[in-house]
Design a protein around this ligand. Structure first.
Ligand code: NAG
Ligand code: NAG
Length: 585
């Protein structure tokens, strides 16, 4: 069944519109805007009485800068066909994490490992290419247990020498890395049962009923604990620092497990306060009592009232005596701080400690707490029902899901190379059903309430969604996380903290308009999307016709297959469906 907005489907623009034509088109627009902007004649004002001259000027400036960007790009492409490809050293390139550049810029005391986009933003555009023996990842769920070793940057020694519990589960076979589920997973199952037992549950299958739906796994090894939790219907998101090789985040995403680069160095993680039911660290390398316990305070910020902090760390302590947890001794710095924040040590067993954050608001007012409460919204929103801060109207919310249900049906049927053929397929018709596991790692770049995520789950697709709430958009992230989905804040004027080739589908609804309003570069954005997209991965952008046509012209430069689809009769909304090629010639 087709939804009305796709009824009149029309496809225009061949795969490669002539550049000159495009430039001419852009120049005409600029000239037109320039005329409108500079003219004060009443004639113009009577024709277009709705936009103020300042807005024209802004539009004009934006159009000019975008035109210059495009011209530079196309000049390069005309001169040398391969000019757009990055060197081999950029195969696993993550912008903003250039440690030597950060040191040169004066960052020290660990902050050189932090994200500094301002230091490395002078790069010329190039397309990150896959490693030589790269292969398309296997579909879910096979791809969860077996990955191609050439796809990730890791050395044999790296994990053979590594002693952590999760890393031991990996075994290399010729060109694959297998995560043995039969024998190896027993370790993880036992561990998970141990945690359940310590919390007072009969087994880990009771996590969900006990209200544990979202888990932040810090330093997730290669994601096996998270993978086990996902099977229990729990959204486990891995976060770890940027690593040059053997990256935990890269491995987890390669397996189709939710993950994002994040540091405990000097800034908050990009998640809303009070968003996780459990935060887990098994030998995650963080010295928790450093910086007067700032990292533990960040954990407190992220935990929901009543949430759990699970710390597995050898008693002997690897990070010097100050971080050692001594059994039975309340004098350790971590334990002292936990008490100051009103956390309760629920249990300690073997090398695992579990604290529970208080759900007693009194604890914060009765003078028990010895950490200053944040001023302003943060402290105001403590223990307030999340929904009160969002002002979401129930109607708004259900309409949102209804809209995404029908959009998903249309999108799903568009995810076929046939869409680019001379006789493009129309949504939902005449084609065999596309497999449910067609895509696994999905990013909704402007997620609002997470409606696309909800629709995917409802339609039983095997995807998970990284729901991104752009900085400056309505703050819907608490709601998204409260629905048990994965989500982050992100400023799309900057690169996204992930490795190349980590997503199968990028979706952006009205993202381009938002970006233009902010005055950010669409060219930068599309190059960044190309970086994080797997070869043969998909892009669906929905926006106003002007934005879509501009994006369409850039896709020619980055050599994506692309189609513009007129979604609704009489509307200026368009859909841009693209596929990144495996290899570019
Ligand atoms: C990192 O920064 C250094 C110093 O600025 C520069 O020479 C190098 O090319 C950068 N590396 C990458 C991968 O951008
Ligand atoms: C499109 O809309 C116009 C007016 O809004 C209408 O006259 C026309 O019949 C519509 N066409 C189709 C195919 O629905």
């Amino acid at each position: 069944m087709r939804s009305p907005w796709l009824k009149r489907l029309s496809l225009f623009f061949g795969p490669r519109p002539p550049l000159n034509w495009l430039l001419l088109f852009l120049v005409s627009i600029i000239v037109l805007i320039a005329l409108l902007g500079s003219s004060s004649s009443t004639a113009f004002h009577s024709v277009t009485p709705y936009v103020k001259p300042e807005s024209y000027r802004k539009l004009k400036e934006q159009a000019t800068s975008d035109y210059l960007e495009l011209r530079t790009l196309s000049a390069g492409v005309n001169k040398l066909r391969d000019v757009g490809l990055c060197g081999k050293d950029r195969e696993n390139y993550v912008p903003c994490y250039n440690v030597s550049a950060n040191i040169l810029a004066g960052f020290k005391d660990g902050e050189e490992f932090d994200r500094h986009c301002e230091v490395s933003n002078d790069q010329q555009h190039c397309l990150v290419r896959p490693p030589k023996d790269y292969k398309i990842p296997l579909n879910w769920p096979t791809g969860r247990d077996v990955i191609w070793s050439a796809n990730v940057k890791i050395s044999k020694d790296q994990f053979l020498s590594s002693g952590t519990m999760t890393k031991r589960l990996m075994l290399v076979e010729e060109n694959q890395i297998a995560f043995h589920s039969e024998d190896g997973m027993d370790d993880v199952k036992d561990y998970s049962h141990l945690i359940a037992d310590m919390i007072g549950l009969a087994g880990d299958n009771e996590f969900y009923q006990a209200g544990i739906r979202t888990v932040l796994d810090i330093g997730c090894g290669f994601g096996s604990f998270g993978s086990h939790l996902l099977a229990l219907n729990i959204m486990a998101v891995c976060t770890a620092s940027y690593e040059l090789t053997g990256s935990q985040v890269q491995l987890a995403l390669e397996r189709g497990l939710p993950a994002i680069i994040g540091n405990f160095i000097s800034r908050q993680l990009p998640f809303a306060s009070l968003s996780y039911d459990m935060i887990h660290c098994a030998q995650c390398g963080i010295v928790w009592d450093k910086k007067d316990g700032l990292f533990l305070i960040e954990v407190d910020r992220l935990l929901k009232p009543g949430g759990y902090f699970v710390l597995t760390s050898p008693i002997s302590g690897q990070h010097g005596s100050s971080s050692t947890l001594k059994k039975g001794s309340m004098a350790t710095p971590i334990e002292e701080l936990a008490q100051k924040m009103c956390w309760k040590l629920l249990a300690e067993q073997e090398e695992t400690f579990i604290w529970q954050k208080t759900s007693d608001a009194q604890c914060y007012t009765s003078g028990h707490i010895d950490v200053p409460l944040c001023k302003g919204d943060n402290s105001q929103s403590y223990y307030q029902p999340l929904v009160n801060c969002l002002r979401v109207l129930p109607d708004d919310f259900s309409e949102d899901l209804e809209f995404w249900r029908s959009s998903l049906r249309d999108y799903w049927s568009l995810l076929s190379p046939l869409i680019f053929s001379d006789h493009p397929k129309r949504p939902g018709e005449e084609e065999p059903l596309l497999p449910y596991n067609m895509v696994r790692n999905v990013m909704d770049m402007n997620a609002r309430y997470g409606g696309l995520n909800a629709a995917l789950l409802e339609a039983r697709k095997s995807a998970w969604v990284m729901n991104v709430v752009p900085v400056g958009a309505d703050d819907t992230l608490p709601l998204i996380l409260d629905r048990g989905f994965a989500g982050v804040y992100h400023d799309w004027c900057e690169p996204f903290p992930t490795y190349p080739r980590t997503y199968d589908l990028l979706h952006g609804s009205n993202l381009l308009s938002r970006l233009t309003e902010k005055g950010c570069s669409m060219v930068d954005l599309l190059f960044e999307m190309d970086r994080i997209l797997r070869p043969e991965g998909w892009v669906i952008l929905s926006d106003k016709v002007g934005q879509i046509e501009k994006a369409r012209s850039i896709t020619t430069q980055i050599r994506w297959e692309a189609r513009v689809i007129d979604v609704e009769n009489g509307s200026d909304q368009r859909l841009l469906v693209c596929q990144k090629p495996f290899t570019r010639k």
